[in-house]
Design a protein around this ligand. Sequence first.
Ligand code: NAP
Length: 218
Amino acid sequence: MKIGIIGAGNIGGNLTRRLTALGHEVSVANSRGPQTLTALAEETGAKPVTASEAAKGAQVVVVTVPLKAVPDLPAGFLDGAAEGVTVIDTGNYYPQRDGRIAAIEDGLPESRWTEQQIGHPVIKAFNGTYAQDILDRGRPQGTPDRQALPVAGDDPAAKQAVRDLIDELGFDTVDGGGLDDSWRQQPGTPVYGNRGDADAITKGLAEASPERTAEFRA
Ligand SMILES: NC(=O)c1ccc[n+]([C@@H]2O[C@H](COP(=O)([O-])OP(=O)(O)OC[C@H]3O[C@@H](n4cnc5c(N)ncnc54)[C@H](OP(=O)(O)O)[C@@H]3O)[C@@H](O)[C@H]2O)c1
């Protein structure tokens, strides 16, 4: 599959490593330009590109930049993507890093905010997954206690595409509901950073509270 990854840090870098290893055709971008991505490109075979180019022809685009950088993404960066492109948002709101975002403080789920910024529906996934786990903790389907990731979003086909991709990466998934339910996997919830299996993640999602913990409020 043709996959564009915008953000080449902890999460974007490791997704680039694993997805290229699985045979996907990956383009990867950061804020400083493709000339700063030669080491990652040589290591993985991914194509280093600008953020404007990353989505070109892609069936899946991963937006994995700090939340505060989302409004800086180039206007129309999804315009050249494949028809029906699925956009994955890995983001979390850390006011200490991102500054105060009033709409989120007032209760808008952070991925709904991201969706509004980029003008395209998103599927929230990987946001509570340690970056290193993407490299280290993938296991074949059926492995007992296989780690599970929650996935939230409104478009059933896009959500299924993301769940299939995560399965390829070696993890089970749990349906986290629509994007309006995605607060159930935001920072501070029981599933955030939870390495449990599908039963544990299902239980954690059910036990979540929409109240943002003090640590994750401005
Ligand atoms: N770290 C984790 O374990 C983890 C786990 C789950 C979710 N997350 C969430 O996932 C998101 C990314 O986290 P991270 O830890 O991977 O971040 P990170 O290591 O700080 O990397 C951020 C990446 O985004 C790029 N970037 C910033 N602004 C950009 C722009 N305007 N256009 C294109 N690229 C841009 C940066 O490029 P430059 O370096 O060139 O500026 C960098 O490659 C965050 O919202 C984070 O909360 C992180």
